[in-house]
Design a protein around this ligand. Structure first.
Ligand code: SAH
Length: 245
């Protein structure tokens, strides 16, 4: 049984605004060296202003977010906005989460190099790249084949190794369980029991739960003394968790 516990003092009020994109495309466009320098400077500014100054402390998370070229995971038309702290359209009506949310969710997972992490909702591949940069062994499931394919390209061109699968992540990826962490980047209206079952004894799950377009909460779920504990991390807004046929 899930025991719900509120952490009043540490409740974070976080709004990730989901922007529904009419359309977006990604084609390969290599940046020149001035672009590269500009993006490095923007990335450093993002990590300081939007992540560490807002309370994310895990050095592994901060250094991964300093290292992963986020501009490579957004459509060409949005490259210049890659380091702004809001979600961006990635096509097919989906979004890449704002940098702060990526950092917060990653910190909650408490990732250590070598951990096995399952992500539900590959999207652009950016979150998976951050986890891979931290030394995690990353498995990621995406329900929209076109997005999975684009993410595959972005991950390959940036040099991150992530095992990907196309399908409904509701039932997890049993074959590789147990996981040290499960991160869900779309919001279902309940916590899928099969995902919880695929966590190891010290595993953690970070998952937004709530109605589409309504108030959703970000939950950290873990076991303490053999009991499941769910800790509310505050209000968020994510794209819906859709179910396959
Ligand atoms: N982690 C992504 C965020 C993408 S948005 C990133 O870094 O860009 C959430 C993604 O979850 C969308 O791409 C959506 O298609 C996917 N999704 C929604 N329901 C899903 C399901 N049941 N199984 C797998 N992926 C799902």
């Amino acid at each position: 049984m899930v025991r719900v516990m509120w952490l009043p003092g540490s409740t974070l009020c976080v709004i990730a605004i989901a922007i529904i994109a009419a359309s977006a495309c990604t084609s390969t466009q290599r940046p020149d060296s001035t672009d590269v320098e500009r993006f490095i400077a923007s990335r450093a500014q993002m990590v300081e202003r939007d992540i560490s100054d807002r309370g994310v402390e895990d050095p592994l998370v901060l250094s991964a977010m300093l290292a992963v070229p986020r501009e490579e995971f957004v459509p060409n038309d949005y490259r210049d906005q890659a380091y702004n702290d809001y979600p961006l359209p990635i096509g097919e009506g989906q979004t890449i989460s704002q940098p702060f949310i990526v950092a917060l969710m990653t910190e909650l997972l408490n990732v250590e190099p070598g951990d096995k992490i399952l992500e539900i909702g590959t999207g652009s591949g950016y979150q998976a790249a951050v986890l891979a940069e931290m030394g995690a062994d990353v498995y990621s499931i995406e329900i929209i084949p076109e997005l999975a394919e684009r993410a595959r390209g972005a991950l390959a061109s940036t040099g991150y190794e992530v095992r990907q699968r196309v399908g409904d992540g509701y039932f997890g990826w049993e074959e590789h369980a147990p996981y040290d962490g499960i991160i869900v980047t779309a919001a279902p209206d309940h916590v899928p029991a099969s995902l919880r079952d695929q966590l190891g004894p010290k595993g953690k799950m970070v998952i937004p739960v709530g109605p589409t377009g309504g108030v959703q909460s970000l939950w950290l779920i873990e076991q303490r003394d053999g009991q499941w504990v769910s800790l509310n991390q505050g209000a968020v807004r994510f794209v819906p968790f859709v179910r396959g046929q």
